[in-house]
Ligand binder design. Sequence first.
Ligand code: ATP
Length: 446
Amino acid sequence: MSLRPEPPQRPERDRTGVAIVLVGDELLLGDVADVNTEWLARRLDAAGLRVTSTFVASDDLVATVTALLRAIEDAPSVIVTGGLGPTSDDRTREALSVLSGRPLWTHPEMAADVRSHLRSRGRGEPAAESPMAQAPEGAGRLANPAGTAPGLRVEVRDAVVYALPGVPREVRAMLPLAVLPELVARAGAQPGTARSSLRLAGIGESQAAARLVDVEKAVAADPGASIAYLPGPALLEVRLAVHRPSETEARRSLQVYVGAAVGALGEDLYGQDEDTLASVVIGSLVARQATCATAESLTGGLVGAAITDIPGSSAAFRGAVVAYATELKAQLLGVPPAHLAERGAVDPSTAVLMAEGVRDRLAATYGLATTGVAGPDPQESHPPGTVHVAVAGPGGHRVRSLELPGDREFVRRLTVVLALDLLRRELAVPRGEVGEPRGEVSDAES
Ligand code: ATP
């Protein structure tokens, strides 16, 4: 019996796979931020194709050949951008000549393209044939309506390489015209795509995945569907996408997945797609013909700013009181000085009194308050990251107390999210249940 491990079997090539190669020293030096990948990936995905990998190569023949070889290993279609210009640092056509084993020659149609482009720019007749008309023998030409250098279509082994100039404007003009139709046809891709983002607050990735176990199983069994988890500070986006032969079919299937996911996620789901916590809060307040006001200490007005970012917030937002100094919590919000002396400014009960105070003084249906220690120094012996957020309304009050990690900026940003989410949950309580004070709901997280 041999002890040598079996080499892993290469999975069958996914015909919809596309690898992207970017060529340019400027991308590796950080002088230019890559915009081609993002744009190409979105367009390819929307066409039912799948980006399998991306590679970045320097303006060097060996580096370009190596990156292209890896890309060809990965996917049956490769898009390479950059290195098609006329100068000595443009090596993509040479790399394709090496890989295809075909010598470079002057492609007559490409030469005509270059000449007519230069003429149309008033640059006259070029003295010699431009290097931009060179292509490996047998290569096809890809029209470039936005620039001088035509693109190339080169077959290498069992893959097809589509070489485009690096200029983003030219990539955008060429892909739909010269590349995408063939890619879709070769891949037998399903051109209908529908996607939706489910937006969650106060729940981590693994908790969400545990609730979505049945949706995950159905997605895993469906080659046209995918699910992705994108966590942010105290927020989570669950992205569902479906590819089908038509957009109508894709939308119909997506609806089934979304319906099942919404049912499983419960009240941690605050919205979908373009929703934000603030937009959902404003929507709920307007629907109830209710208003809110904020009393802010460590957030210094950021909660009010997030709410007023939403167009139409004036229908539901009364205003903000930024009571940073402890005595202003008494003067502006009516928190009893004796309470502040006994419990301090950083205390759950102070947060509740601030919320009640601003609700009362600004004549709002709901008062929302933040107090805590943003850091870097402790305050009243509380460590940085100690945060209390409270909401007061017709149904009583809720308060959340947390120990947040991170620096000052992160703590303040997270507090805004926690405060908005607290109000959002209060507003999600069915109207019939409002009226009974619920007292303190308090938890500490690290
Ligand atoms: P040209 O004919 O202009 O020489 P080219 O095919 O040789 O085109 P490059 O020289 O690599 O392409 O790049 C042309 C311009 O496009 C440069 O300004 C470069 O910084 C920019 N560029 C190249 N690739 C990218 C990319 N991935 N993202 C953003 N800009 C890019």
